[in-house]
Design a protein around this ligand. Structure first.
Ligand SMILES: Cc1cc2nc3c(=O)[nH]c(=O)nc-3n(C[C@H](O)[C@H](O)[C@H](O)COP(=O)(O)O)c2cc1C
Length: 360
């Protein structure tokens, strides 16, 4: 059903979960850690999502990863995304996510990565009349009392229209919202997201539709909202190292951070990531983020290279501060905020392995 969105700050709802804004931060494997989700909330996302969590890994505890999903009160409302192919296993995983604090359980039906699709999970669940996908939605919706949602692509093959069959089936099976990334799985991230398909899906279902794909500016968000009738826009790659995009959408004005703001924000992200993952893993995890942040502001070209070689986050902070010494007072302010997080003390750590192979 088409929604006439007047402002991205409008509250809306998925099932009975109220969402304070129509900008949603996308689930991104290898990116959407708690620090990223918290940053998204601070900068105006109404809803944030965990990266995909393996239902099978949960069942057997056998994924080759030591990543654990942490959930905290100040990132809610939070959707936790699960992937898998077995309805019973997915239902059990959903129960665990809800017990740990998920407000919404999202089912991944968009992952194009072969390691996932070859197990019958991810994007393949929209194939064949979406029969298998619908069985999973039904099992998960019956297992938990929070809203269950689905994130999908247009289908697996180029030109596929599986979404048009799958969307109504998932709604009938109990999905309370659908996110469409209108590329095929075969396309991965090439070509463009065809939001004419999002507009079509909106006419086929009565639950809210969230539009995902290539929304990287206010102008693009406006066009997608106006031409599709979607209930909300989801921002993925555009928010990598650029939480100001979320803010600019929410506040409907351009937001251009100063060098000092970029450095302060990144240092906050570095510290929260260390708090979450521990120093050795954070050093490695953060490397891609350095390049993303340095695309904002104006920094010496050599800084990116320098940051990628440093072995401790203390050195990373020092190099960043040397490039923008004026960030120091901003960082002092943030320190109080981070200390307040620790005082909250209500992190739940969900003993769920996060996928190594994410995508969607
Ligand atoms: C690095 C990366 C990881 C992703 N991981 C997931 C994931 O775990 N689950 C999912 O549903 N989609 C995942 N996606 C897809 C995004 O959520 C989003 O649908 C897609 O990137 C298109 O939006 P964008 O153009 O705003 O990035 C991922 C995308 C990227 C770039």
């Amino acid at each position: 059903m088409a929604v006439d969105v007047r402002s991205l700050t409008d509250a809306w709802a998925i099932g009975d979960v109220e969402i304070p804004g129509r900008v949603v931060l996308a689930p991104m494997a290898g990116v959407s850690v708690q620090a990223f989700r918290r940053q998204g909330r601070r900068h105006g996302a109404g809803l944030v999502c965990s990266e995909m969590v393996s239902a099978c890994g949960l069942g057997h505890g056998n994924e080759r990863t030591k990543d654990y999903l942490r959930i905290a009160a100040d990132e809610r409302p939070l959707a936790v995304q699960i992937f898998g192919s077995d309805p019973g296993q997915m239902a059990e995983a959903a129960r665990m996510c809800v017990a740990a604090g998920a407000d919404i359980v999202d089912i991944n039906m968009g992952c194009p990565v072969r390691k996932v699709t070859k197990t019958g999970a991810g994007a393949t669940l929209t194939e064949g009349g979406a029969e298998r996908g619908a069985r999973i939605v039904e099992a998960v919706a019956n297992a938990v009392d929070v809203p269950v949602t689905v994130k999908m692509r247009r289908g697996v093959e180029n030109g596929s229209r599986d979404f048009a069959v799958a969307g109504p089936r998932f709604e009938a099976a109990g999905a309370r919202a659908l996110t469409l990334h209108p590329r095929s799985a075969k396309q991965m991230y090439t070509g463009t997201a065809d939001h004419a398909l999002t507009a079509e899906l909106v006419t086929l279902v009565s639950v809210p539709v969230i539009a995902s794909g290539d929304i990287d500016s206010r102008e693009r968000a406006r066009v997608v909202l106006e031409t599709t009738g979607c209930a909300a826009v989801m921002i993925g790659r555009g928010a990598q190292g650029n939480p100001w995009l979320l803010q600019s959408l929410r506040e409907d004005r351009d937001v251009t951070p100063t060098n000092e703001q970029v450095v302060a924000e990144h240092i906050r992200f570095v510290r929260e990531t260390v708090r979450e993952l521990g120093e050795p893993r954070a050093v490695h995890f953060l490397r891609k983020f350095h390049a993303w942040y340095l695309r904002r502001g104006r920094f010496p070209r050599t800084l990116r290279q320098e940051l990628s070689t440093l072995q401790t986050t203390v050195e990373v902070e020092a190099a960043l501060l040397a490039a923008a010494p004026g960030a120091a007072p901003l960082i002092r302010q943030m320190e109080a905020d981070i200390a307040a997080l620790d005082a909250l003390g209500d992190d739940a750590e969900l003993d769920l392995p996060i996928s190594l192979y994410g995508g969607g």
